[in-house]
Design a protein around this ligand. Structure first.
Ligand code: SF4
Length: 463
């Protein structure tokens, strides 16, 4: 229903003979970050074993494929295509055989100068398999004459710009690498095994650590290359200075799971704080507060706590609508949003209702939801968004509509209110959002709200 789509999830594990199965669970916990393809590569002795396919984690892997994925280390990836179309060639991890041995790479983010690097490489004779930005990293690695893989990686990092949280598996090491801005999250945890040894776990979000019983230790620092081998653990920094970090604020607004800790903060608490700020900024006389489920729930709780208005689940969501739901005919399609959301008329009838959602992108879904609430008998509908108006596209690994499709890029708040049919409409201010996510301690990217992109866009905004 959202028009901003999650990007990708990465996972990595070292020192566990069930590494393939742990990767499966780690990807399952991070399914919300990408639903188009999934893949795992394990390291068995010095050999890589692969399995990937199009679809959800549960569709791509079965008992037989997991049985085949033997080894003591693994990386995994869930993909939502951002750059490159939905082809199996673009499903990750991407693999290659380099002079230094096998390498597999899983990427969350988007390399903004990938196109320029790709064109240069093609002009010099390189052959690309797919159309995604991650493949350029494999090519850069393959062309570096040094036999030290980490030095090679560090050199490649000098050439790429943008958002990248990588897990990389070679013939003898697991590597985690994060861009100097720290756009996308990447965390390190440890899991105690029954035999007393401890495995190293890397994931996009802490919810993946929780599922497999791993303990969060720290974030992979922005600009850090961390790696683990049979000999030990190592960490170096990419030699590229940036003024301040640019963590994606949308991770807190919508992408990450509310039970994750992202950029050092609970996503659930950040969303509640957004709701509290919103209530301070745009209070209204009303009888109750309801969320748009599920993404608006924590912010609506915060709004309710700050405003003193009772919180109710005025809309119930059907959780069993998967990608496989077929809308067989026009007559069924016309039920639209009702197939997923059911308004509770016994709660809403005759009431002045504050409706809280996380963000507003095109406005068409909000319009349908407001109609639904009115049809259930609500007297007034006051729509509140726990983020500022979305006015720009993302070039850092999030699938966004073109700028002109973002309603706030060409309509005023009053025009949007009229379009969606609310009695009143208010967005959280950029300052309110920044205070909710703790921007005093860290730098955030909020470019899709402010238009201030932290890096050069290499013409991507002109395409
Ligand atoms: S532009 Fe928006 S979605 Fe993209 S990284 Fe910045 S805050 Fe996140």
């Amino acid at each position: 229903m959202k028009s901003f789509h999650d990007e990708c999830a990465v996972f990595g594990i070292w020192g566990d003979n069930e590494a393939g199965r742990m990767a499966y669970l780690g990807l399952f916990a991070q399914q919300h970050r990408g639903q188009e393809s999934s893949g795992i590569v394990t390291l068995n002795e010095k050999e890589h074993l692969h399995h990937k396919g199009l679809g959800l984690v549960g569709e791509v892997f079965d008992e037989a494929s997991l049985e085949r994925l033997k080894g003591h280390a693994a990386i995994g990836h869930n993909r939502y295509s951002t750059t490159g179309s939905n082809l199996i060639a673009n499903a990750q991890p991407l693999s290659a055989m380099l002079f230094s041995g096998p390498v597999a790479i899983a990427h969350n983010g988007n390399i903004v100068n990938a196109k320029a690097i790709r064109e240069e490489l093609i002009s010099q004779g390189s052959i690309f398999q797919g159309t995604n930005d991650t493949e350029v990293v494999l090519h850069l690695l393959s062309r570096n004459p040094t036999r030290d893989f980490i030095q090679n990686l560090k050199d490649s990092a000098q050439k790429i710009e943008g958002a990248y949280s990588f897990t990389i598996l070679t013939g003898d090491k697991l590597i985690a690498m994060r861009d100097p801005y720290g756009f996308r999250p990447l965390v390190l945890g440890r899991r105690k095994l029954e035999n007393g040894s401890v495995s190293v776990v890397i994931a996009s979000e802490t919810c993946a650590l929780d599922l497999i019983g791993a303990k969060f230790e720290r974030e992979i620092e922005p600009g850090e290359i961390f790696w683990v081998t049979h000999e030990g653990e190592y960490s170096i920094k990419i030699e590229k200075k940036v003024e301040k970090t640019a963590h994606c604020v949308f991770e807190h607004v919508y992408f990450s799971r509310p039970d994750s800790f992202v950029f050092g903060k609970s996503v659930y608490e950040a969303r509640k704080a957004m709701g509290r700020e919103l209530a301070k900024e745009s209070a209204v006389d009303a009888d109750l507060v309801i969320p748009v489920p599920d993404s608006g729930v924590p912010a609506a709780l915060g709004y309710s706590a700050e405003s003193g208005l009772p919180f109710e689940l005025g809309i119930i969501r059907n959780h069993y609508i998967g990608r496989t739901f077929i809308q067989p005919s026009q007559s069924i399609r016309s039920f639209g949003v009702k197939i997923k959301l059911n308004p509770q008329s016994h709660i809403l009838r005759g009431k002045r209702v504050v409706v809280v959602d996380d963000s507003l992108v095109r406005g068409t879904t909000s319009q349908k939801i407001i109609r639904l609430i009115r049809s259930a008998g609500a007297k007034e509908v006051h729509f509140r968004l726990a983020s500022p108006p979305t006015t720009g596209s993302c070039y850092y690994g999030v699938d966004t509509p073109k700028r002109e499709q973002l309603i706030a890029s060409h309509k005023s708040v009053e025009e949007i209110r009229e379009f969606i049919g609310a009695d009143s409409l208010a967005f959280l201010s950029p300052d309110g959002l920044m205070s909710a996510v703790g921007s005093k301690e860290r730098g955030f990217c909020a470019a899709c709200f402010t238009g201030r992109y932290p890096t050069d866009l290499y013409g991507l905004d002109k395409e």
